[in-house]
Design a protein around this ligand. Structure first.
Ligand code: ADP
Length: 680
């Protein structure tokens, strides 16, 4: 646009320059036209002076004027070009010169009278009048040409002015519009900044006001930001924790895998769910430890991925939970004894131990006995639940051959099924179906599932138990064709005291605790429980348990596939009694020195290494760094320091742990590693 204006203005300058040139030329040509008249007058003056006086001096202007006239016509012609008026004037001028020449020639010939007579005829005057009129016309025409030109230039200038005005107005409008847009954007930016500030202030208030500790940790595990609660909880000044490794705040519990750093678990957890609560032990500045729940979520920031850890000190909650479970446990135990006597006494009365009772009394006694038995069941369930939750339920994990086990389970529940006229069937179980589980607790699980399936079947119905191989697991299913579970209740089936109908408890004699106990037991054995159901068509509950491990490093023996164990121990007696305890269940190798252990580890891979600490050629600790992902059970007479405890998968003290405890720990380590390797 500006270029256009610039071109217009340049053009206008050019035009002005042309015009002034033309004005100049026009003035020049008009002067020359005036000069033409003067020369003709000079010629006439010379002619007349000579003819009247006979004095030849008068001829001088005439003589001079003739070449001048020719020159002048030439010059005027170059300016006016093919002007018709000029051509006409030249013709008259020629006639005039011819006339003057004639008269002068006559005078020169002495015929002054004839020459005078020629002038008196008036032809010369007439021609002179025509010349004057022609010059005047030429001058006017030239004047008019100049005026026209000036008018055209004026018009063009007006056009340019108009254009410049329009363009300028356009530019002004564009400028105003641009200013409007800029001011609007500016205002929007201001508002956004304000909003951002408000949001930051709000989040800062939440961050700082939160009772839970909050830490933002970068990918390499160093703390970038933390709130006051996190600092207060750990006893550090806030600045002391900035840039420190998050691992310095948390103890990694050995049973959660001491070889993994806190950060790796952090990342894994956040990958799995985005946010999940992990129970950890945190360390205060003064070295004291406290339990906490940590929820971790990952967040993508401009400088890379970061983790937000929300830490809740659970000391108080755990204390209250402890108090509550102690209370429940005490009350339940206190209730169990008198209730057992009540149920027992009622049973005795029913059996006639107190003599004959009337029919009415017998009915009432039956009601009382049923209900006292229900109360006993309820109390037993509450105690089981409490024991499980407090971690006091003892699990003895061992290989369990499903074929025989499931048949036993059916047999144990036949009597109950008969009460409901329901038949129990076990489908043929593959002979290699072996799981790692606690037999008693799995039997409790089966009893619960079978009794539920029976209770909720139609009379004459059938409950089917089967085993199915999954990838590295076995699935035990208990299927019924009973009433099914309504959609609304499905999500609460495993909840405590959850029953689809309030009347179920009375009608079917349940407590609503059974499935939550079952789930807890299954989880503790490293398994999963799930169900499929259709209202009116029946339900199937699945229990998936780790299959007995058959890794490539398992050694095949006459008696089958067993996990391989290397026992590193310098005391031959200990070696012998452990070998005795593992006999028939594990493939055992032993080493009495670190060097021997290293040689054996180079030659073969073991599932588990049982490691003593004090060895003749060094500390068992040294070996820990060389074992990679092999499971390690430290079995030593020494008190184990925290560092070693963190690095080992399990720790047992010789004098305190029984041999069965060693076997049990080996099974539980193997089961756990099985589950972990499945999860990855
Ligand atoms: P209960 O001791 O009352 O049986 P559970 O925890 O074992 O408690 O079961 C909770 C509830 O789940 C039952 O009351 C019943 O409503 C429902 N339920 C469990 N198993 C079945 C099944 N096989 N068919 C239908 N409903 C079932």
């Amino acid at each position: 646009m500006l270029t256009f204006v610039f071109i217009l203005i340049i053009d206008e300058f050019q035009r002005q320059e042309d015009l002034s040139l033309q004005v100049e030329t026009s003035y020049l040509s008009r002067a020359q036209i005036g000069e033409l008249l003067a020369i003709h007058q000079d010629i006439e003056l010379g002619q007349r002076g000579y003819i009247l006086t006979g004095n030849k001096d008068f001829l001088e202007p005439y003589v001079n004027a003739r070449p001048q006239l020719e020159q002048l016509f030439g010059r005027v012609e170059t300016v006016l070009a093919q002007s018709a008026l000029l051509i006409k004037l030249e013709a008259i001028s020629d006639q005039k010169l011819e006339f003057v020449n004639l008269s002068i020639a006559m005078a020169r010939g002495g015929d002054f009278e004839g020459a005078r007579q020629l002038i008196a005829d008036g032809r010369g005057k007439d021609l002179m009048d025509q010349i004057r009129a022609g010059i005047l016309e030429l001058d006017r025409a030239e004047y008019q040409r100049l005026a026209d030109r000036q008018a055209a230039v004026r018009r063009a200038r007006l056009d340019v002015q108009l254009w410049v005005f329009v363009i300028f107005a356009g530019l002004c409008a564009a400028l105003i519009f641009a200013m409007f847009i800029v001011s609007k954007a500016w205002r929007a930016r201001g508002e956004a900044t304000q909003k951002y500030r408000d949001l930051s202030a709000r989040q800062e208030a939440i961050f700082e006001g939160a009772k839970d500790g909050m830490l933002i940790v970068n990918q390499s595990g160093s703390i970038e930001t933390l709130n006051g609660a996190a600092a207060a909880m750990t006893g550090y000044a806030r600045n002391d924790l900035i840039r420190r490794d998050i691992g310095s705040l948390f103890e990694v519990a050995p049973d959660q895998g001491n070889k993994e750093t806190f950060l790796r678990r952090l990342a894994q957890r956040s990958r799995e769910s985005g946010s999940d609560v992990i129970e950890l032990i945190a360390r205060r500045k003064d070295g004291t430890l406290f339990p906490c729940d940590v929820a971790i979520s990952s967040v993508k920031l401009a400088e890379g991925q970061a983790f937000v850890a929300i830490v809740r000190d659970t000391t108080e909650r755990r204390r209250v939970e402890q108090l509550k479970s102690e209370f429940v446990s005490t009350v339940s135990h206190e209730l169990r004894t008198p209730l057992t006597s009540i149920a027992g006494s009622l049973g005795l009365i029913q059996g006639g131990a107190a003599g004959e009772v009337s029919e009415r009394a017998a009915r009432l006694i039956e009601i009382a006995r049923d209900n006292s038995q229900r109360l006993v069941r309820l109390i037993n369930d509450i105690l089981d639940m409490e024991k499980l939750e407090a971690g006091r339920m003892k699990f003895v994990l061992q290989p369990l051959v499903l074929a025989s086990f499931l048949n036993q389970a059916i047999e144990a529940n036949l009597g109950y099924a008969q009460q409901y006229s329901v038949s129990l069937v076990v489908e043929p179980v593959p002979p290699n179906a072996t799981v790692i589980a606690d037999p008693d607790l799995l039997m409790q699980v089966m009893a619960n599932l079978i009794s539920n399936a029976t209770k909720f079947s139609e009379t004459g119905g059938e409950v089917v138990v089967r085993a199915l191989s999954l990838d590295r697991r076995w699935r035990i299913s208990v299927a019924d064709r009973g009433i099914g579970i309504s959609e609304a209740f499905r999500s609460r089936v495993f909840g405590k005291f959850a029953q689809a109908e309030a009347s179920d408890a009375r009608q079917k004699g349940g407590t609503g605790l059974g499935l939550s106990i079952v789930r807890e037991i299954v989880h503790r054995m490293g398994g999963e429980i799930s169900f499929e159901t259709e209202v009116g068509a029946g339900s199937t509950f699945h229990v998936d348990l780790p299959a007995e491990r058959r890794a490539s490093n398992r050694v095949e023996t006459n008696s089958g596939l067993y996990p391989s164990v290397l026992h590193v121990e310098d005391d031959p007696d200990v070696l012998a009694i452990v070998a005795d305890a593992l006999e028939g269940r594990f493939q055992l190798a032993s080493a009495q020195t670190l060097a021997e252990a290293r040689t054996k580890l180079l030659r073969s891979k073991y599932d588990v290494v049982i490691l003593d600490v004090a060895l003749p050629d060094g500390s068992g600790k040294e070996l820990l760094n060389e074992l990679g992902d092999t499971l390690v059970l430290v079995f030593s007479a020494q008190d184990i320091d925290q560092d070693l405890a963190n690095r080992a998968d399990a720790v047992l003290t010789k004098s305190r742990a029984s041999l069965s405890c060693v076997v049990e720990t080996l099974y539980s380590l193997l089961a756990k590693s099985e589950i972990e390797s499945e999860g990855t």
